[in-house]
Design a protein around this ligand. Structure first.
Ligand code: SF4
Length: 422
């Protein structure tokens, strides 16, 4: 029977709040997950096929921001040094681990595992004599540092156990978080794990999974009072139980309950410091709840848009926006306004070597070109549009697909064909 146990990416959350393992779980795709998946797939493809082919394999709507990632500064560019997307299955009762495969979908990897096994997939894995090397890509700043990261430690345990043999024992690990933000330089945080730390990590994992099994059993028997209470915190962000969580619902209720007679709805100014700190904490939690609801709200409209009558649709509008290509734009601006002025406009407008936003071009034209035009022609919208036309003509603009949830005039999109083979 395939495994039901959550993987190491849930470990930190399980350790903070064991109730998160109890169903029901809502597994709706979030924008963050889609974004993260696109990046992981792209980086795995860079390692296997190289940057150009990986960009070709990416979805149209992701290509532009993926191209901005400086892959030369990432381990993803070191073809042959690491294996991408390696999956293991660790039996929590025996402590034995086996390799499931490489570049499997999460679903396929879980399907290959047994009931008692925990499945983990490292973004990149490598081996040196006696040492397993684990690298994991993270986009945001929320994940704990490599040293304290239970997910990476779990991969290290898995890799060390999967590749140890009589001839060669793997007793050390090198775990790294590779921060790859969309708009900043990547950097790597590495931690060296010794044999004792690997053993402790395994024992902590085992303890957490035992607690999870116990919580599941108690929930099944309806003995809710014996399960530790839900603990709200930053770990709630991707919790699959979020929408059913009693602690989150309590926060929403605290904000929506009717005010006592004679008291304002939110007496923020009248709060004492202690009350204010409590209010502040609740506010942060409520914002997270609303953010989650927004993601699910948008996901629902993406899948099933609503016709509002008179040709108006409430759903995801697909359109194209102009993406200015900085290199050809520089040449084009220099031809258009002359070398000095064109170069000046380019320098003022380009944000980085890969980004030249239209709004910055507008400001640069307003500051540098507009004052030199005859009074009657000093209209920025007209100048921007004529410049954009020239850039299009010179192949310096590429139309990029964009998506936005809104009410718009249009046709109801055809329903998507679902893949029933998986
Ligand atoms: S959402 Fe609820 S169940 Fe999930 S981690 Fe947060 S407090 Fe725990």
């Amino acid at each position: 029977m395939p495994t039901n146990l959550p993987g190491p990416s849930s470990l930190a959350r399980m350790q903070a709040c064991i109730r998160s393992v109890i169903p029901p779980h809502a597994d709706s795709p979030s924008e963050y997950a889609e974004h993260g998946n696109a990046k992981h797939e792209y980086l795995a493809n860079v390692l296997t096929h190289g940057r150009e082919k990986a960009l070709m394999l990416a979805r149209d709507e992701d290509r532009e921001w993926l191209a901005d990632i400086d892959t030369d500064a990432l381990p993803a560019s070191k073809t042959g040094a690491y294996a991408p997307e390696v999956s293991w299955a660790l039996d929590m009762r025996t402590g034995k681990c086996r390799v499931l495969g490489q570049q499997l979908s999460r679903k396929e990897a879980r399907f290959r595992a047994m009931e008692n096994e925990v499945v983990g997939t490292a973004d990149l894995a490598g081996l040196r004599p006696g040492t397993i090397i684990i690298l994991d890509y993270k986009s945001g700043w929320l994940a704990p540092a490599a040293k304290l990261n239970p997910q990476l430690l779990a991969y290290a345990v898995m890799g060390a156990r999967a590749y140890s043999s009589k001839q060669q024992r793997i007793t050390q690990a090198e775990i790294s978080i590779v921060r790859a933000p969309d708009d900043a330089q990547p950097w790597v945080d590495t931690f060296h794990v010794d044999e004792m730390q690997l053993d402790v990590a395994f024992m902590q994992m085992r303890q957490t999974y035992q607690l999870a099994e116990k919580a599941l059993q108690l929930a099944k028997e309806g003995r809710w009072d014996e399960i530790p209470p839900a603990v709200v915190g930053p770990h709630c962000r991707y919790c699959p139980r979020f929408l059913f969580c009693e602690a989150q619902m309590a926060i929403v209720k605290a904000f929506t309950k009717a005010p006592e007679e004679g008291r304002p709805v939110l007496p923020v100014e009248a709060l004492t410091d202690d009350e204010f700190l409590e209010f502040s904490e609740k506010l942060e939690c409520a914002e997270t709840v609303l953010e989650q609801l927004r993601i699910r709200h948008d996901g629902r409209l993406r899948q099933r848009p609503i016709p509002l009558g008179d040709g108006l649709i409430f759903g995801e509008k697909h359109s194209k926006s102009d993406h200015i290509l900085p290199k050809p734009a520089r040449e084009a601006l220099m031809q258009l306004f002359g070398p000095a002025l064109g170069e000046g406009v380019y320098n003022a407008a380009a944000e980085t070597v890969t980004k030249l936003p239209k709004e910055r071009l507008r400001s640069a034209l307003r500051a540098l070109v507009l004052p030199g035009l005859p009074k009657a022609e000093q209209k920025i919208t007209k100048l921007l549009e004529s410049t954009m036309d020239e850039l299009r003509e010179r192949q310096a603009v590429s139309p990029t697909p964009t998506r936005k949830i809104c009410r718009y005039k249009g046709e109801l999109p055809l329903p998507k064909l679902e893949d029933k083979t998986g």
